[in-house]
Design a protein around this ligand. Structure first.
Ligand SMILES: Nc1nc2c(ncn2[C@@H]2O[C@H](COP(=O)(O)OP(=O)(O)OP(=O)(O)O)[C@@H](O)[C@H]2O)c(=O)[nH]1
Ligand SMILES: [Mg+2]
Length: 348
C-alpha cells in the first residue's frame, strides 16, 4: 500500500498483559496466561445487575486478550474514591486476595485515572489495569494492516502518555507496556518527548491515508451507487452478513474485534441496482475514546453512508444494552443521523 505507512509495518504495538509489552516489541508472545482479579463498581444510581452484565463482558474481553479471570470482586459505594477508586480498605482486601490466589494483575471494569492507577499499584504490588487497557490490548493483537496498527498504536500512546512515571515505577509502567521503564526524571522527559513525536508522526501518516480513503469514497459517490455500512456490536455477525451478501471472504470468528479494517464490496440488488457494502469494526460498551479518535478515518465510511445495517445479536442476554451502546458510539462519531435498519441476527 503506497500511503507512507510502510515503516509502521511489522512492528507490534501491544500493551497490557505479560512482560515487556510496548510498542517496540516484536510479535505478541504469551508465555503464560496471567491470572486476573476483575473488579466491578456499583455506584449510586447504577443497578447491580447491569454491572454484573458488564463484568461478564469484561471477563470475555480479558479472555480474548489472553488471560484468565480467577476471581470477581464488587465494591458498592456511593461514589468513587478520588485516590483509589474503590477505597483503601477494599484495595487492601484485594491485595490479600491477590496474594492468596497468586494473581498477576487486577483489572477494573471502569476507567481509572492515572493517579488512581498509580496508587492502586502501590497497594497491590502488581499491575492495575482498566477496561480500556484490555480493549487496547485486544485491538493491538488483532491489527493486521499498517493502517490498523498505526491507529491502535496511536490510541495506545494517547492512553500511555498521561500515565508515564519516573522514579523506578515498577508495575504496569514497565510490565504492562502501558508506560515505559523510567529510572528517573530525565529518562522520563526523554520518553515523553519520544512518545509525543511518535504521536505526531502517526497522526500525519493517518491523515495521509485518510485523504487516500476520502478519494476512494468520492469516486464511489460519483458512481451514483448508494453506500451501505454494516455496523453493530462486536461479534454480532457483521462479517458473516457481508460474506453472505457479497460472496466475500472477510474473517469470521467467534472472537471479539476480529474485524478492525473496513472491507467494501460491490453487490447487485435483485432490481439490478449496485450498491457498495462495507463491513466495519465492531463497537462495545465503554469503547475507549482514544480508539474512537484514532479510528476516525476508518469510521468515515459510516458517517458518509446512505444507510446503516445495524446488526443485533438477539441471542445475547441484553440486546437492548448493545443497541444503545452502538447508537452512542454512532452519535459520538457523528453518524447519529444516518438512516438505520436494525437487523436481528442469531435468531436460531
Ligand atoms: N448461531 C449463529 N451464529 C452466528 C450467526 N451469524 C454469525 N454467527 C457467528 O458469530 C460469530 C461472530 O461472527 P462475525 O461475523 O465474525 O461477527 P462480527 O460482527 O464481524 O464480529 P467482529 O468483527 O469481531 O466485531 C462467528 O462465530 C459466526 O459464525 C447466526 O446467525 N447464528
Ligand atoms: Mg467482523
Amino acid at each position: 500500500m503506497d500511503n507512507g505507512m510502510g515503516e509502521i509495518e511489522g512492528k507490534s504495538h501491544r500493551g497490557g498483559f505479560g512482560d515487556l509489552g510496548g510498542e517496540e516489541r516484536g510479535l505478541i508472545d504469551r508465555t503464560f496466561r496471567e491470572r486476573i482479579i476483575a473488579v466491578g463498581f456499583v455506584g449510586e444510581g447504577k443497578d447491580e445487575a447491569s454491572v454484573l452484565l458488564e463484568l461478564e463482558e469484561l471477563c470475555s474481553l480479558i479472555n480474548t486478550a489472553g488471560a484468565d479471570v480467577v476471581e470477581i470482586v464488587i465494591q458498592k459505594k456511593s461514589s468513587p474514591d478520588p485516590a483509589t477508586f474503590i477505597g483503601k480498605g477494599k484495595a487492601r482486601e484485594i491485595y490479600d486476595l491477590a496474594e492468596t490466589l497468586d494473581v498477576d494483575t487486577v483489572v477494573f471494569n471502569d476507567e481509572l485515572t492515572p493517579g488512581q492507577q498509580f496508587n492502586l499499584e502501590k497497594i497491590f504490588h502488581r499491575s492495575a489495569l482498566d477496561r480500556t487497557a484490555v480493549i487496547l490490548d485486544i485491538f493491538a493483537q488483532n491489527a493486521n494492516t499498517p493502517e490498523g496498527k498505526a491507529q491502535v498504536e496511536l490510541a495506545q500512546l494517547q492512553y500511555r502518555l498521561p500515565r508515564l512515571r519516573g522514579q523506578g515505577q515498577n508495575y504496569s509502567q514497565q510490565a504492562g507496556g502501558i508506560g515505559t521503564r523510567g529510572p528517573g526524571e530525565t529518562k522520563l522527559e526523554v520518553d515523553r518527548r519520544r512518545l509525543v513525536r511518535r504521536v505526531h508522526k502517526l497522526k500525519r501518516q493517518l491523515k495521509a491515508v485518510g485523504a487516500h480513503r476520502k478519494n476512494q469514497s468520492k469516486k464511489r459517490r460519483h458512481s451514483y451507487n448508494q453506500s451501505v455500512a454494516i455496523v453493530g456490536y462486536t461479534n454480532a455477525g457483521k462479517s458473516t452478513l457481508l460474506n453472505l451478501l457479497a460472496d466475500s471472504d472477510a474473517v469470521v470468528a467467534d472472537r471479539l474485534f476480529a474485524t478492525l479494517d473496513p472491507l467494501t464490496r460491490r453487490i447487485q440488488l435483485p432490481g439490478g441496482e449496485s450498491i457498495f457494502l462495507t463491513d466495519t469494526v465492531g463497537f462495545v460498551q465503554k469503547l475507549p475514546h482514544q480508539l474512537v479518535e484514532a479510528f476516525k478515518t476508518t469510521l468515515d465510511v459510516v458517517i458518509e453512508a446512505d444507510l446503516l445495517l445495524h446488526i443485533v445479536d438477539c441471542s445475547h442476554a441484553s440486546p437492548e444494552t448493545q443497541i444503545l451502546a452502538v447508537r452512542s458510539v454512532l452519535e459520538e462519531i457523528g453518524a447519529g443521523e444516518v438512516p438505520e435498519v436494525l437487523v436481528f441476527n442469531k435468531s436460531d
